[in-house]
Design a binder for this molecule. Structure first.
Ligand code: NIG
Ligand code: FE
Length: 417
């Protein structure tokens, strides 16, 4: 969405740039002014630095932040948004004592969502996604990764990825930008005799066919899902075809996904609830980003993601919602920040970085997650004078104004779906 509008946001009490060039993790500029043109940040002015209004066009849009804190738009780098149907009965069953695995073994879980989604059209899936995306945008998320994985067949997988494309092509709709991931090894684990057939189909037909839709390929490496060897077969071929890779690793058990991610030079290893120090070391040595999904860990009754341990090993950390109908139906990144601090051992500073710049790195996006000249103008004006309130004030919506790609998202319009 290109445009030539000029935007000036002034009277920012605290501009949280996340720009390490400013000296520390958050790179805070007090009493700041920000200028963006054509969707790109051009200038950041600190206290006492006057703005040269003569150099700007007459029709500039001016926002008075009135002393509020401003942060980058959130980058939610792990979601399963393209689903149909719901699993609220499972939510009740789990609350009454059934485990996620018991429900899956009885035909519920991911398989139930595959049945609903597989029957839908790309248009229906896109419509369902758009509602969720609207909620995400309203809580400050300006970029969202969306996985397939509920297709059941290659046709089904493609329908989900087509839905992502349909949503993105609707330029009248204000929504986060979506990045698509092909997740062929997820939950529809075929019978043993058919497993190698499915993997063969994914490699020979699925990967070339989905290349036009997806940037990433993801695999669920888990007992009861797919083995490290099966995951490596698919990711090795995905690398050869120019995809970047992701791995659902060590979510329910210590299943070897981290080593798969390190070996395949994946962009990220996600979940990591059962990761060890050795895993962390291997991931760091391969430059893999660790994506924490504390909402899913909490719902599945832990253990919490070992955020502090992973950081101590020098891993780059990202934070995401994992928004899906089974393990975490949540759209809010500030809620994930609260959980990351209270439950996964991150400092508030690390949680904010993980929700913005870390997420951008987990999607290999160099143009966002930070507020600096040359970056996309995706910014959030808070209804608080300090960024700390984002996680500290739990469950509240402190995002007062959203600017995406240099455009102000009108209030109220985010809920029109
Ligand atoms: O990230 N781990 C696998 N997939 C999802 C769960 C999906 C579902 O239950 O529908 C997750 O937690
Ligand atoms: Fe997931």
């Amino acid at each position: 969405m290109e445009h030539d509008e000029t935007l000036v946001v002034h009277s920012i009490g605290q501009l949280v740039t996340l720009d390490a060039a400013r000296g520390d993790m958050l790179g805070i500029v007090p009493n700041a002014t920000l200028v963006a043109r054509g969707g790109v940040i051009t200038d950041i002015l600190g206290e006492g630095e006057g703005i040269d209004w003569d150099a700007l066009p007459h029709d500039v849009t001016e926002i008075d932040a009135n002393g509020a804190a401003v942060v980058p738009g959130f980058v939610d780098c792990h979601t399963h948004l393209a689903w149909l149907g719901n699993r609220r009965e499972e939510y009740l069953q789990r609350a009454h004592g059934a485990s996620y695995e018991e429900i899956a073994a009885a035909g519920g879980g991911i398989r139930a969502t595959i049945e609903h989604t597989g029957r839908g059209t790309p248009e229906k899936i896109a419509h369902a996604m758009a509602g969720r995306l609207a909620t995400m945008l309203a809580s400050g998320t300006t970029t969202v990764e969306v996985k397939s994985g509920y297709g059941g067949t290659l046709e089904g997988e493609e329908k989900q990825l087509q839905a992502v494309r349909l949503v993105m092509e609707d330029s009248d709709r204000l929504q986060p930008e979506c990045i698509a991931t092909f997740l062929p090894l997820h939950g529809a684990v075929p019978d043993p005799g058919e497993r190698s057939q499915w993997i063969h189909e994914v490699i020979t037909e699925g990967l070339p066919r989905m290349r036009k839709h997806a940037t990433f390929v993801d695999v669920f490496c888990e007992e009861g899902a797919f083995s490290p060897e099966e995951c490596m077969d698919v990711l090795g071929k995905a690398n050869e075809q120019g995809y970047h890779c992701k791995v659902h690793a060590e979510q329910r058990t210590h299943s070897g996904g981290s080593m798969v991610a390190a070996y395949c030079h994946a962009t990220s290893a996600d979940h990591l609830d059962h990761a060890t120090g050795r895993d962390a070391e291997a991931l760091r040595a391969s430059g893999v980003v660790g994506v924490l999904l504390p909402g899913a860990s909490l719902i599945l009754d832990g253990p919490p993601p070992p955020g502090r341990m992973l950081m101590e090993h020098g891993l780059e950390i990202a934070l995401a919602t994992d928004c899906n109908p089974g393990t975490c139906y949540a759209e809010s990144m500030p809620l994930m920040m609260s959980l990351a601090v209270a439950y996964a051992g991150l400092t508030p500073e690390a949680a904010l970085r993980a929700a913005t710049l870390g997420g951008a790195h987990a999607l290999r996006l160099q143009d966002r997650g930070m507020i600096a000249p040359g970056m996309r103008a995706d910014i959030l004006v808070l209804s608080a004078s300090s960024w700390i309130d984002l996680g500290y004030h739990m469950g509240a919506s402190l995002v007062q104004l959203i600017v995406q790609n240099g455009r102000i998202i009108p209030r109220g319009l985010t809920h029109v779906i």
